[in-house]
Design a protein around this ligand. Structure first.
Ligand code: AMP
Length: 356
């Protein structure tokens, strides 16, 4: 794609902001579609088109003025995107988006490829929750099938009383029940695939979550090389099967030597922010390159690194560190649990001290 061309992004959050910066480095123009004039991406984009995500007419008008369309979050109406697909290339594909939008479809799809997930059950009503609690005889996690992120829309159920407290008399969205896995570690693989099927993966990072929110990603992970290769192969299988174009984040639970995929995200991913300073290329550069059909870069890691999310605040002792690379997303309002920025802390060559 010629550098004077325009990339459109649906969504104006921090992921769109960092994609826009990577696109600008290559000379592309970036148009953002989002409902908020002050969104993080608007501050660095060429143009921001204001519109709601369910306003098909505005979306169509937006698509007419761009050369390729991508998105930074999953909860977009795919019916609208199917219309846009007639006007402009959408990368990653609407098929990939559809699968990842619904936890039940996503896990069923992964299992159909022979990829392990935690045990899951379809929940259409409160009686299903009661049935599975009795059947499994262990605590279960109820997750909404759609619109859940950062642990939102999740409830842990241990007893009948928990069911009464959370669900009796309340409207229950279509959900899944999942076994609670006592995993040893959480990992993720950030993988990129180009139009011709060329694939490159960043080394798996080790993630720590609190209350469902990512706190840190650390590289290198202490897991064996064999397990790193296994996780990478699983991610490759998914993007190849989907004939995928762009970056995908694949989140794993590791228990013993078993890898379970928890989630796939058809976009750049928070657990890939370390690549901005720990690798020869960043996930944002790779995504822009993949969707504009430019050659992919090396995904090799050059430094030990910790990515630390700034959650609900833009302050941290880490900001004082000499090697801290600080990214603040420009959000006007800070709220508990809201991702306000992140810090990448690289280990100095030869340094003995731990990063955090
Ligand atoms: P999710 O929204 O599915 O990505 O879940 C957010 C986080 O909640 C995960 O990263 C885990 O830390 C935790 N979690 C989700 N599902 C399970 C599970 N089945 N067993 C144990 N922990 C889980």
């Amino acid at each position: 794609m010629n550098p004077n061309r325009t990339i459109g992004i649906i969504g104006g959050g921090q992921l769109a902001r960092m994609l826009a910066i990577a696109a600008a480095e290559l000379g592309f123009r970036i148009n953002i579609y989002c409902p908020d004039r002050d969104c993080p991406a608007a501050q660095v984009a060429n143009k921001t088109v204001l519109g709601n995500y369910d306003d098909n007419e505005k979306l169509v008008a937006f698509a007419k003025n761009i050369d390729v369309l991508t998105y930074e979050f999953e909860n977009i109406d795919t019916k609208a995107l199917e219309e846009l697909e007639k006007i402009v290339d959408i990368r990653p594909s609407v098929t990939a988006l559809k699968i990842s939008q619904d936890r039940y479809t996503e896990k069923s799809y992964l299992n159909s490829l022979g990829i392990k997930t935690t045990q899951f059950y379809k929940i259409d009503g409160v009686s299903d929750i009661e049935k599975y609690l009795i059947k499994i005889k262990k605590p279960i996690l109820i997750k909404t099938r759609r619109l859940g992120y950062d642990g939102k829309g999740q409830v842990l159920i241990r007893t009948q009383d928990d069911i009464s407290e959370h669900f009796i008399g309340n409207k229950l969205s279509p959900s899944i029940a999942e076994e609670v896995l006592r995993f040893d570690k959480e990992l993720s693989v950030i993988i990129v695939r180009g139009k011709e099927g060329n694939t490159k993966a960043f080394e798996p990072g080790e993630n720590i979550h609190e209350h469902g929110i990512l706190i840190t990603t650390t590289l290198p992970s202490s897991i064996s090389t064999a397990l790193k290769n296994d996780a990478t192969e699983i991610a490759k299988k998914i993007v190849s099967d989907l004939d995928y174009i762009g970056v995908m984040g694949v989140e794993f639970f590791l228990k013993g030597k078993e890898l379970f995929v928890n989630e796939i995200a058809p976009r750049v991913h928070n657990s890939g922010h370390w690549t901005m300073d720990g690798s020869y290329s960043s996930q944002f550069q790779q995504h822009i390159r993949a969707i504009t059909e430019l050659p992919l870069l090396s995904t090799e890691r050059h430094s030990d690194i910790v990515m630390y999310n700034l959650i609900g605040k833009v302050t941290s002792d880490l900001l004082e560190k000499e090697l801290a690379k600080v990214y603040i997303y420009g959000k006007k309002v800070s709220r508990p649990g809201r991702k306000m920025g992140h810090v990448n802390l690289v280990k100095k060559r030869g340094a003995e001290t731990p990063l955090l």
